[in-house]
Design a protein around this ligand. Sequence first.
Ligand SMILES: *Cc1c(COP(=O)(O)O)cnc(C)c1O
Length: 304
Amino acid sequence: MALHLETPLLESRPLSLATGRSVWLKMDALQPPGSFKIRGIGAACEHHVRNGKRRFVSSSGGNAGIAVAYAGRRLSVPVSVFVPETTTERAKSLIRQEGAEVFVHGASWQDANERALAAVDAETAFIHPFDDPILWAGHATIIDEVVRAGLSLDAVVLSVGGGGLLSGVAEGLARNGLQDIPIIAAETEGTGSLAASIKAGKLVELPSVSGIATSLGARKVCERAFEIARTRPVESVVVDDRSALEACTRFLDDHRVVVEPACGAALAVAYSHFDRLAQHQRVLIVVCGGATSPVSQLQAWQAS
Ligand SMILES: *Cc1c(COP(=O)(O)O)cnc(C)c1O
């Protein structure tokens, strides 16, 4: 049995009324570790165990680290997560809650990642947060489930960090014969690495990332994501932190589920940029979730 759940697919009455079209939600916020990431990471971890690995290492202080920790507990494999000093107490405690060991190292993610790579030996699998074909195949199950449920769509809205979710959803569409369906790829202003690459016509690395959508904070998307953006119908949308945050609080009121601003970026396309949906009648939003910003954090951002 896979480590992820088949999540609910529901029509959002509030968002359908607000946008004048049919808006469907794939509720991956309800995955046990809090985000869609367990789909791909679960698939990767199972693959590595089948191939004899005895330990998992991650360098993500966010939802990827939490998902690896969860997968390790479920598979009875020890997990070490290397995170920088900037990682929140909340994230560290969610990782430890799954029984994984947290090592704090360095001021930046690069430092923590170097230390994580140095800890990898022949028996250890390093689990990348977004750049791995096994991961994409796991994320693609989002679309398999939607197709199996019989929903026909004409656009998919999702958030983009390093582009693993985009790569997986594109694979899911393609393996179900739906490769011509447009993907609306949402980022925040401080994390627009895909938007910058599309604009430059080549894969570019941002000098830095900023803002509250920390789970989207990859300075460069993976090559696969950029290739998809060049060769498939992908529309880039950049929203500001305010709209991402407002989307989180409105979504909490409308659907009673807490998500991170990283997910709010995708929801903001429907809540405040619905002109971008003008061409589409039946829209699927991947509610990717995120466990690292509780209500108190959303409120603190709102007050600031
Ligand atoms: C990781 C993550 C994303 C972005 O996924 P990528 O595969 O890095 O593009 C979006 N939202 C949440 C909540 C995440 O954890």
